[in-house]
Design a protein around this ligand. Structure first.
Ligand code: SAH
Length: 242
């Protein structure tokens, strides 16, 4: 029996041509329940309204899969994943992917550990710590086909935090708002410093005319050893070209 949340999710997803079946919808309901329970003690999301949760968290995350063709079975990382966006919805829809969820907030990674266990998600790994440190670790550096980040920082900061994780020929995709242009201009030159090349900016619309974009960066060269700089520096002194 589908409950209200599940019906609404399936219906709203259809409006943007995303197919969610009943099994999928039940997993999303459980995911939302987990978030609601934990939200009482850990600040996971400020979005309480059901419809808003569906659109701004679930659908927004799933739009990545509509717009980006991720090959079968590859390794992806969601940097600054928070309560799991976009990483968990991507995993729920694409069971074949190896998904790493990274966050520097222990309460959030505790939530994620618990959630992936309860949702029964396989090949999903939670990393607690800062991107600056994992990015320098040989086990994680240049090991991912795709890196994603939503609502973590400005693009020039994100490039330093995220590009080190991406393999040559892989991609970093930033989930951005309706007008990413200013951040792109501010990142001029920074792409090159870190071995990236701006490939595409994809504009799209969520239900209720909410506008978003994806900034797609290809890893075309190795990231120099000195990046990312030590903890806090990417944010404090963002790379910038005059
Ligand atoms: N991506 C989620 C959460 C955004 S909030 C969403 O869109 O809903 C930003 C998250 O990034 C926070 O949970 C914060 O702990 C994490 N974060 C910020 N800087 C980080 C860093 N340098 N390394 C790892 N996580 C970081």
């Amino acid at each position: 029996m589908k409950n209200n949340f599940e019906k609404k999710l399936i219906e709203i997803a259809k409006r943007v041509n995303i197919e969610i079946d009943e099994n999928g919808a039940a997993i999303y309901r459980q995911y939302r329940n987990e978030i609601e329970i934990w939200n009482k003690k850990v600040n996971l999301t400020s979005i309480k309204d059901e419809e808003e949760f569906i659109v701004k968290h679930i659908i927004d995350s799933l739009m990545v899969l509509k717009k980006i063709e991720i090959p079968y079975g590859v390794k992806i990382i969601d940097i600054g994943t928070g309560a799991g966006f976009p990483g968990i919805p991507i995993k729920i829809s694409r069971k074949d992917l190896n998904v790493y969820l990274l966050d520097s907030n222990k309460k959030k990674t505790d939530f994620l550990e618990n959630a992936i266990k309860n949702l029964g998600l396989k090949e999903t790994y939670v990393l607690y710590g800062r991107a600056e440190n994992y990015g320098k670790n040989v086990h994680f550096r240049e090991k991912f086909d795709y890196a994603f980040a939503r609502a973590v920082s400005a693009l020039n900061v994100l490039l330093e935090l995220c590009l080190p994780f991406v393999k040559l020929g892989g991609f970093f995709v930033a989930l951005k708002g309706k007008e990413p242009e200013e951040e792109i201009v501010q990142s001029r030159g920074v792409f090159e410093i870190l071995g990236g090349e701006l490939r595409d900016v994809i504009y799209y619309e969520l239900p209720f005319e909410i506008k978003r974009s994806l900034v797609v960066v290809e890893k075309v060269g190795k990231t120099p050893e000195k990046y990312p700089r030590r903890e806090g520096m990417p944010e404090k002194k963002p790379l910038f070209m005059k």
